[in-house]
Design a protein around this ligand. Sequence first.
Ligand code: OFO
Length: 171
Amino acid sequence: MLKQIIEDALNKQIKVEAESSQIYLAMASWAETEGLGGTAQFLYKHSDEERMHMLKLVQYVNERGGKAIIPELVQPAKNYKSLPNLFQTLLDHEIMVSGDINNLVDICLTEKDYTTHNFMQWYVAEQIEEEALARTIMDKLNMIGSDKGGLYLFDRDIESISVTTGATGKV
Ligand code: OFO
């Protein structure tokens, strides 16, 4: 049985993951309308992965005798100034999520809930991958600058990577 404080923290994280999925879905849709088909596919996949992160938490809370709460979501941004602006927003968002995951891990330790602590290790590892990938993408975009040919190749190549192929995948 989950302690209330752990259940509340997990439900808070369910909302964070659901919002991440929603934000990346909005980013994907924006990219698609800008003719950035590869980037759109990458972001659609990323959105699905965040939904999976949410689902894993929902099922864990319910399995442990808690009650998962499916949250209301705020509408994400509709527009981005540029591709670097979009990926900087994504990187900043992932850094924020890593902070949330660390807080949750901290609560598990304080409350001596070692089972949830163990469950959360998957998220800790996942955040390292996601942040590393977002940083690699930003480095690439900074190198490309406003070179149209470079942006074309970037958009073509990014489609073939996903967060699970991770920082090791080439962009
Ligand atoms: Fe990218 O955040 Fe989930 O965990």
